[in-house]
Design a protein around this ligand. Structure first.
Ligand SMILES: O=C(CO)[C@H](O)[C@H](O)COP(=O)(O)O
Length: 230
């Protein structure tokens, strides 16, 4: 899928124009867009400011030479570019494989256009069909949140580090519970509301009614552009 990711990332980078303030997403697909923006800054005097969505995208943006700003300094973003783990036919998403979904949601919510870069492996009929919904939680609230999730999803597990003992710690110092919904989620809006109302939950990986555009890269290098109707 590398060619597909590259095609989606590079085509989405072409949306960036001089003067724009751009949300810089996290993940391997968005990395192609960040590198392409960096090349245009070096080679064709593109002037942009980026707002990163994670320590990872901040580091990559610096490496690519993209000047950075914050949501304190700019009122709105012209564009946010980001990846996704699942995309439904309604253009709703699951994000957060990389644990960056909370900042990603804050940044996307400030953007006039939220452009999501994917490949065909991310398409699902129902959200939750293939991937878990990450729920970012205050460490001391992990027990109660796990017990509540046990009643509403198939399986809820605390995400553990790979080359680190203990739980994955997010950029905010929180932990992540991965909620699996076998067969997909019947009513994503109800799950969204329920998760947002749980004490100790910072945010979760369901991105509903947010994406304005999806760029789906294909392995032959072509890119399919889907747009929200309303
Ligand atoms: O939500 C994310 C990180 O929290 C990523 O955008 C999502 O996981 C897609 O990543 P990739 O492009 O590497 O498949």
């Amino acid at each position: 899928m590398e060619e597909a990711k590259k095609a989606a990332g590079e085509q989405a980078a072409d949306l960036v124009r001089t003067g724009m303030r751009v949300g810089l997403g996290t993940g391997s697909t968005t990395a192609f867009a960040l590198r392409a923006i960096g090349r245009r800054i070096r080679e064709s005097s593109l002037h942009v400011m980026g707002v990163p969505t994670s320590f990872a995208s901040e580091r990559l943006a610096r490496e690519c030479g993209i000047p950075l700003t914050t949501l304190e300094e700019v009122e709105a973003l012209d564009l946010a570019l980001d990846g996704a783990d699942e995309v439904s036919p309604e253009l709703n998403l699951i994000k957060g494989r990389g644990g960056a979904h909370t900042r990603e949601k804050v940044v996307a919510a400030q953007a006039k256009r939220f452009v999501v870069l994917t490949d065909p492996s991310k398409d699902v009929k129902r959200l939750g069909e293939k991937r878990v919904v990450p729920v970012e939680v205050l460490p001391m609230a992990t027990g109660p949140v796990l017990r509540t999730l046990d009643d509403v999803c198939t399986e809820a597990t605390l995400r553990m580090g790979k080359e680190k003992d203990g739980p994955v710690v997010t950029d905010q110092g929180f932990w992540i519970i991965d909620a699996r919904f076998e067969g997909g989620i019947d009513n994503p809006h109800a799950i969204d509301r329920m998760l947002r109302d749980l004490p100790g939950v910072l945010d979760h990986g369901l991105f509903l009614d947010m994406a304005t555009d999806i760029f789906v890269g294909h392995p032959d290098g072509s890119v399919e552009h889907r747009q929200r109707d309303d």
